[in-house]
Design a protein around this ligand. Sequence first.
Ligand code: MF3
Ligand code: CO
Ligand code: CO
Length: 260
Amino acid sequence: MGETITLLSQREIEKMRRAGRLAAKLLDHLAPMVKPGISTQELNDEAERWTKEHGAISAPLGYPGAQNAPPFPKSICTSINEVICHGIPSPERILQDGDIINIDVTPILDGYHGDTSRTFLVGTPSPVAQKLVAVTEECLRLGIAAVKPGGRVGDIGAAIQAYAESHGFSVVRDFVGHGISNIFHTPPQIPHYGTKGKGKKLRPGMVFTIEPMINEGTWEHTLLADGWTAVTKDGKLSAQFEHTVAVTQFGVEILTHNDD
Ligand code: MF3
Ligand code: CO
Ligand code: CO
């Protein structure tokens, strides 16, 4: 990541809206498939098929990894239970009653990225799992509500952290939201913890993701040998929700909504 935060033109924001709408529709399309008995590979394959059918490309497929990691091998991320993020779909991983699964999609449409994720309940997860998912969804809502022109990046993390910790949960530090446009991951970084009034100033035309990962226990992670899958260090649960948003002249616009 470089230093410069690009401000998008109205024309570019319209392209981000189209990509974002497609990403939201893809999650809506996958949602009814999330049932005990389906494999994460089947979810992946349907996402890949649907994305192509709609004239888009799956950004995760072949996305370069860090240092020694291979490129990401699949089209979506499927992160179940103790997996914080970047879970790799597999025919061996069959959804079971009681799982929670985050599905993270990023189609590229006309060169621009729509990045969004939700955590789904499979059957009936434990009360603490259900509470974690509900708190995490509210963390995303509060983070988005903290965005306004003239505000600061730290306002977002402060709002998320206060709410998560008030429920006894922890905020993942090692993965953050990111600027996004025709580039998947670009400045600024958007931590989901922090201090109100600190950090870079929010300006109209900035477009970034907010994607809090909230853990039942410790926020620390372990990276699996595949170079991608991040799991909680204590094996407890993790949930995540993500939207791509634009700072507007007056406030904030969620780009990854299905407005049909
Ligand atoms: N969609 C993820 C994010 O929210 C990134 C996935 S990168 C991948 O930033 F290579 F793992 F797909
Ligand atoms: Co994502
Ligand atoms: Co993202």
